[in-house]
Design a protein around this ligand. Structure first.
Ligand code: NAD
Length: 293
């Protein structure tokens, strides 16, 4: 069993760290919020007073932080963790951040002989709790093989997308497509309803036809079509509109830098940003169905 430092115990990091404890690993944990640390300590982890103390003697370091500035802040600079890590430590950053920051932190680690992977996830809070997340990983193949057994304690599907930053790019592409599918599914269901069709029947027809997609079949945005999805629970998240806006901003900034053409992503960002501004930021992203009403 490994010694693991886990930093960032929020909605996602908390349950991910719990699964590592359940798998029998020895965890040292740190977060700015004492209650988040206490919860993990009650499950068998050790509390660290600061990130430096958390990583002492660690075989693996896992971070699950809000944005690129937090990740750069923890790892880089004179007080950054990279300065104090043993080169045999494997570093896993599962935060969803800009690929540029992942590349620069990953490259800085490589120059110090430390193996680092960007490993953002898909599957949300429910997937984190169930240990069924998908990990999209960027970094050296050798580091990926070392990280894999740890990732398997928290996820069901583990992909190696390429070198540093590739995990972030894969996640960014997936979520941009997801937003477009959600808007498209919502407007098709609205159009059918406006013509008097039963959305359940229409969903069944499209699900068996060429309009079939995940947002229609697994996460239907129209209330009452499916049980146990956010649309049938007043759009309680699930995956928040604010987080979809964050991911679309990452995708569109990247597209701008690369000169990539992403007209549907740009439209989806515009719709989701307006929806958030109308007070829906903390609701599930399938509530875009109401926005189109
Ligand atoms: P969160 O805000 O619930 O948790 C972030 C945690 O990081 C907080 O507990 C915060 O106190 C801690 N933190 C911030 N700065 C810190 C620092 N310097 N040192 C130690 N701890 C620090 O966020 P979350 O929902 O857990 O998301 C984490 C990451 O996962 C984000 O990048 C998010 O985009 C991504 N993500 C979230 C979801 C989701 O459904 N919530 C799904 C996939 C990916």
């Amino acid at each position: 069993m490994a010694t693991i430092a886990f930093i960032g115990l929020g909605n996602m990091g908390g349950p991910m760290a719990s699964n590592l404890v359940k798998a029998g690993h020895s965890l040292s944990v740190y977060d700015l919020v004492p209650e988040a640390v206490e919860k993990l300590v009650n499950e068998g982890a050790r509390a660290a007073d600061n990130p430096g103390q958390a990583v002492e003697g660690a075989d693996f370091v896992v971070t699950m932080l809000p944005a690129g500035k937090h990740v750069a802040g923890i790892y880089l600079g004179e007080d950054g963790l990279l300065q104090s890590l043993d080169p045999k430590t494997v570093v896993i950053d599962s935060s969803t951040i800009d690929a540029e920051t992942s590349r620069s932190v990953g490259q800085a680690a490589r120059e110090m002989g430390i193996g680092m992977m960007d490993c953002p996830v898909s599957g949300g809070v429910a997937g984190a709790a169930a240990g069924t997340l998908s990990f999209m990983c960027g970094g050296a193949a050798e580091t990926f093989e070392k990280a894999k057994p740890i990732l398997e304690c928290m996820g069901a599907k583990i992909f190696h997308a390429g070198d540093h930053g590739a995990g972030q790019i894969a996640k960014m592409c997936n979520n941009m497509l997801l937003s477009v599918l959600m808007v498209g599914t919502s407007e098709a269901l609205r159009l059918g309803q406006d013509n008097g069709l039963d959305p359940k029947v229409l969903s069944e027809i499209m699900g068996a036809s060429s309009g079939k997609n995940w947002t229609l079949e697994v996460y239907n945005p129209c209330p009452g079509v499916m049980e146990n999805v956010p649309s049938s629970n007043d759009y309680k998240p699930g995956f928040m509109v604010d987080l979809m806006c964050k991911d679309l901003n990452l995708a569109l900034e990247n597209a701008l830098q690369n000169g990539s053409s992403t007209p549907m992503g740009a439209l989806a960002r515009s719709l989701y940003t307006s929806h958030a501004r109308k007070g829906n930021g903390k609701r599930d992203f399938s509530s875009i169905f109401e926005f189109l009403g």
